[in-house]
Each structure stands twice: as structure tokens, then as C-alpha cells.
Design a protein around this ligand. Structure first.
Ligand code: X2X
Length: 335
């Protein structure tokens, strides 16, 4: 009897000690996005899911929940939900995660990145690594970059080609308070709301304008809610980050971690190329629908840069002076 008990205890101890190496995988991993499959953003997530399914021969199943529905539409809560493991994975915008990861405000600094090469110089260089380290420190494992795109300003009232045109305009923004500061510096009246609330607010005229990449303007048919003026000022671009809650990440075998990461890198590259390649055609489509598209001369552009300098002074210390400098150098030295 005693012997048996000893054996049982030993067996139990043994079981406890055996590392739960790679726990049973979940039947399904949730992937959060804001924009669904009709948009490049949703397509980036679709591609990731598809590549992982294919390369794991169906062992790893991911299911996309768009419109930030896992956080009841409040996209600025997505990061916290992933960190706590309520959401397993996400393809998210740096804007939406910036309230929790201050370093992500880097990409929102007005006019930091003049072109696509500048975005790549940051994301693919040392600054990009530092940003990923900052995400990792907060309990989320970043795997790869994607792209929502350069954000352009639309409104229902007037052609905007100088800061004074924004005077008193109600502009919908999302993300950290940095956006309030940018639009306040320009004399506008910014108001924060989720994507879910944005279109209704534009429809009723509760706000006069918004800012989003032209792919979003096009697919969401923002022109149909009275947004007939679009200024291509490219004041910032929001990269997308493919990421996994670190709690969930640890449950995957090293081989599967590598598989998930490589699939995210491949999906991100594919989506970035595709969305950039579609830009001209999308812009032409928007013009055809009667939207007045304004391009800025170098002088007009400079006036917006000057008017938003205070945002750097206030936000560089919060983002990290060194990171901002690293990013500025990467942009200056881009090929
Ligand atoms: O809400 C937006 O403007 C959107 C869809 O672009 C983001 O999620 C940042």
C-alpha cells in the first residue's frame, strides 16, 4: 500500500516537473483587425492566415475578427486586449496602439516621412528594431510590418492648401493625444472617435473632416458622405504591425514560431507592394467621382511643416529623443 502511494506521489511529481513543452494548440486563434478584407489592411491579415494554414498543413488555425469587434469597436483597446491574452493575435495600426506604446507615436510625428522609402528606412532599420523592442517590452511579440498608408486630409467644406484653411474645422481623429495636438496646432477643432463612429459622424455633419489613406477613403466611399475635398499632404503614414500576444506566443514550438513569423513577413511584403502599386489607380477613381484633389507646392507643404513644429517639441521626449533622432537620420540617409 505504502509502496503504491509512494509510486503515485512520484508519478504526480514527475508529471508536475515535465515541462508542458508545447501545450495543445487552440482549435482557433483570434486575429483582430480594424478594417476587413475589402481594404489592403484586411487583405494583409487574410494573407497571413492563409500562409500559416498552408505551411502548417492546417495545424494552426487563425480566424479574423475585423472592425475591432473583439474590443467592441474601440480600436485603441486592441493592444491591451492582446497583452492580456483576450485577443491572441492582431494586424494593427501604430496609431491604435500608440496610447499603450508611446514609442509608436514616432510614425505620427507630422511630416517625418516624406515618401515610401522613408517609411522603409525607419521600419527596416535600427529605429524599427527599437520600436519592436518597445512593443515586446509591453507583452506583445511583434513579427512583421505592413502598411495602412499615407494619410490624406478630407473635408466637406473647402479646398485646403494652407494651415489657415483648417481654422475651426471639426476633424475626426483617433489614437493618442498627439493627433489632438497636431490639429490644434493647425487651428482645427479635432475630436477623437473610433472608426465605427467616424462615418456616421461624417454623414450627419457632426464633423467636417477626417484623415485616412486614400485606399480607405476609396473603399469606405467617404466621398458619399459629403467629403468632396481631399488634400494630398501625406502628413504621416501608419505602418501595420503583425503581432501575437506573448502569452500565446510562448505556447508555440520554436519551429511554429518561425513559421508564424515568416508568414507574417511574407504577407506584409506582399501587402505593402500591392497597396503601393494600387495608389495611382485609386486616386484616379476618386477624382472621377468628382472629389477635388489638392496637391501642395513645396512652399505650401513647408507652411504645414512649420505650423506643426510644436508637436515635435512636446512629443519627442515622450517617444524618446534618441529614437526620434535615429528615425530622422534614417530618413535623411535613405537611398
Ligand atoms: O480609424 C482609422 O482611421 C483607421 C481605420 O485608419 C485606423 O484604424 C487607424
Amino acid at each position: 500500500m505504502l509502496k503504491r502511494r509512494t509510486f503515485m506521489a512520484a508519478a504526480a511529481a514527475c508529471m508536475l516537473m515535465t515541462p508542458v513543452a508545447h501545450a495543445e494548440y487552440k482549435a482557433e486563434y483570434t486575429v483582430s483587425t480594424v478594417l476587413p478584407s475589402a481594404f489592403p489592411w484586411g487583405q494583409a491579415a487574410d494573407k497571413w492566415v492563409e500562409l500559416v494554414k498552408e505551411r502548417s498543413a492546417g495545424r494552426i488555425n487563425m480566424k479574423i475578427y475585423s472592425n475591432a469587434q473583439l474590443v467592441s469597436g474601440d480600436q485603441t483597446k486592441e493592444f491591451s486586449a492582446m497583452r492580456s491574452g483576450l485577443i491572441d493575435m492582431a494586424v494593427g495600426s501604430t496609431i491604435n496602439w500608440s496610447p499603450q506604446v508611446s514609442e509608436l507615436n514616432l510614425f505620427s510625428l507630422p511630416f517625418l516621412m516624406p515618401d515610401h522609402t522613408a517609411i522603409d528606412a525607419i521600419t527596416q532599420g535600427e529605429a524599427g528594431k527599437a520600436v519592436f523592442a518597445a512593443i515586446e517590452k509591453r507583452g506583445v511579440t511583434p513579427l512583421a510590418w505592413g502598411e495602412n498608408g499615407f494619410r490624406q486630409l478630407s473635408n466637406s467644406k473647402l479646398k485646403i492648401d494652407k494651415p489657415a484653411d483648417l481654422e475651426g474645422l471639426k476633424i475626426r481623429v483617433v489614437g493618442s493625444p498627439l493627433f489632438q495636438d497636431t490639429f490644434t496646432a493647425l487651428g482645427a477643432n479635432p475630436t477623437q472617435m473610433s472608426w465605427a463612429d467616424a462615418k456616421p459622424a461624417l454623414t450627419t455633419g457632426a464633423v467636417d473632416g477626417q484623415e485616412n489613406p486614400i485606399s480607405v477613403f476609396d473603399v469606405a466611399r467617404i466621398d458619399q458622405v459629403g467629403q468632396t475635398h481631399l488634400t494630398r499632404w501625406g502628413y504621416m503614414a501608419d505602418p501595420l504591425v503583425f503581432a501575437v500576444s506573448t502569452r500565446v506566443w510562448r505556447q508555440f514550438s520554436p519551429e511554429d514560431q518561425q513559421l508564424l513569423k515568416q508568414a507574417a513577413i511574407d504577407a506584409g511584403k506582399w501587402e505593402i507592394e500591392k497597396s503601393r502599386a494600387e495608389l495611382d489607380a485609386t486616386l484616379a477613381k476618386i477624382k472621377e467621382r468628382g472629389v477635388e484633389v489638392t496637391e501642395l507646392t513645396p512652399e505650401q507643404h513647408a507652411a504645414f511643416v512649420d505650423a506643426t513644429q510644436s508637436v515635435y517639441e512636446k512629443w519627442a521626449p515622450r517617444i524618446g529623443e534618441e529614437l526620434v533622432k535615429q528615425a530622422q537620420d534614417a530618413v535623411a540617409n535613405r537611398k
